[in-house]
Write a protein that binds this ligand. Structure first.
Ligand SMILES: C[S@@+](CC[C@H](N)C(=O)[O-])C[C@H]1O[C@@H](n2cnc3c(N)ncnc32)[C@H](O)[C@@H]1O
Length: 327
């Protein structure tokens, strides 16, 4: 197991974080620094349940199983608390590690009555305990992740990857980070993310994982006669993911998106590059790739401009418009 953390939470970006309630009434934050919300505008809780916990399909595990989970970008702890709830309900045990740069989001959430009202006392207590424990590795997730690869290689049942969107925080979506996360997964383990970005999906396949899409909720789907098939997120695993009501194969539209220039992965071989450097090197690789321009893919599928289906669709840029837009 990793040594007790020598990294202490530093700084504090509380002043650049603004509490806000999402459409389902659940608590979230807006980050002025990243220019993005922590969760889908449709609902922080709804997203945690539909995009992360649903496709995790925890019913695969028998009561008493010790579930090993790594969470990238713990933030307010909404996903963590949703996981704690699900684990409690299913009678599972939990081995959890979290990566997070900034202690302010969790501290703000735990101090806010609107967040506290969402959870049972036992979940709140366990969340606060995890926040104080050496299982929460504070600092740049890129370097702290390396500490987990030795002890957890091939052991993780779940990885929750909930960084800000790739265009805003490419550091946590690079091929190198995705490769390290892939090494953590048990053979039947699953990496879950809200991102449907073509670059993230191609990156996950490049590091050897099999993909499935998280279907949009029925109310958010395009018209039945539309050829377009959008998704609410991505699941990746070392083994094939059979379709269920929470997972489906990628559609032809999504596969072609991955093959277009939009599928060019983010790269960060040093693990220390700035966001601007990562974006610039990807733009150069896209220009020289010979792949179909993303605009041609858009035209072929009748996609006129970046769009969002109730905040759940990735849109051609592959981000999460529901997170980017300020209400
Ligand atoms: C979208 S929010 C996470 C939302 C979170 N899962 C929740 O339920 O509240 C992204 C988080 O990534 C963190 N972050 C940004 N850059 C990071 C980095 N290089 N390493 C680790 N965490 C980072 C931010 O501080 C922020 O809390």
């Amino acid at each position: 197991m990793p040594e007790r953390s020598a990294h202490r939470p530093v700084g504090g970006s509380g002043a650049r974080l603004e509490p806000r309630l999402t459409r389902d009434g659940s608590y979230s934050l807006w980050s002025a620094h990243f220019g993005e919300s922590f969760h889908s505008a449709e609902g922080a809780l709804r997203e945690a349940r539909q995009v992360f916990m649903g496709p995790a399909e925890l019913e695969r595990f028998t009561p008493g199983h010790s579930l090993t989970v790594v969470e990238v970008a713990v933030g307010t702890g909404t996903n963590t608390a949703t996981l704690l709830e699900a684990v409690e309900r299913q009678g599972l045990r939990l081995q959890w590690w979290g990566l997070e740069l900034d202690p302010a989001p969790l501290a703000m959430a735990l101090a806010d009555e609107r967040f506290r009202a969402q959870w049972s006392p036992s979940v709140l207590e366990r969340l606060a305990e995890l926040g104080r424990s050496d299982r929460l590795l504070w600092g740049d997730g890129r370097s702290r992740l390396r500490e987990l690869v030795g002890p957890l290689a091939g052991r993780c049942d779940l990885i929750l990857l909930d960084a800000f969107s790739p265009r805003r925080c490419p550091e946590l979506w690079s091929l190198e980070v995705l490769g390290a996360l892939a090494r953590l997964l048990a053979p039947g383990g699953r990496l879950l993310t809200y991102s449907s970005a073509a670059a993230v999906r191609r990156g996950l396949e490049t590091v050897g994982l099999r993909l499935a899409a998280v279907p949009l909720p029925a109310m958010a789907r395009p018209e039945p006669d539309s050829r377009q098939v959008w998704s609410a997120g991505t699941v990746a695993s070392p083994t094939a993911l059979p379709p269920t009501d929470r997972l489906r194969p990628l559609s032809p539209m999504e596969r072609e998106h991955m093959a277009s220039r939009a599928g060019e992965p983010y790269r960060d071989p040093s693990g220390r590059a700035s966001a601007a450097e990562i974006l610039a090197s990807r733009a150069r690789a896209q220009a020289g790739s010979g792949a179909e321009p993303t605009s041609a893919w858009q035209r072929r599928w009748g996609i006129e401009r970046r769009r969002g289906v109730n905040g759940c669709s990735p849109g051609p840029a592959g981000g999460h418009p529901g997170r980017g837009a300020r209400p």
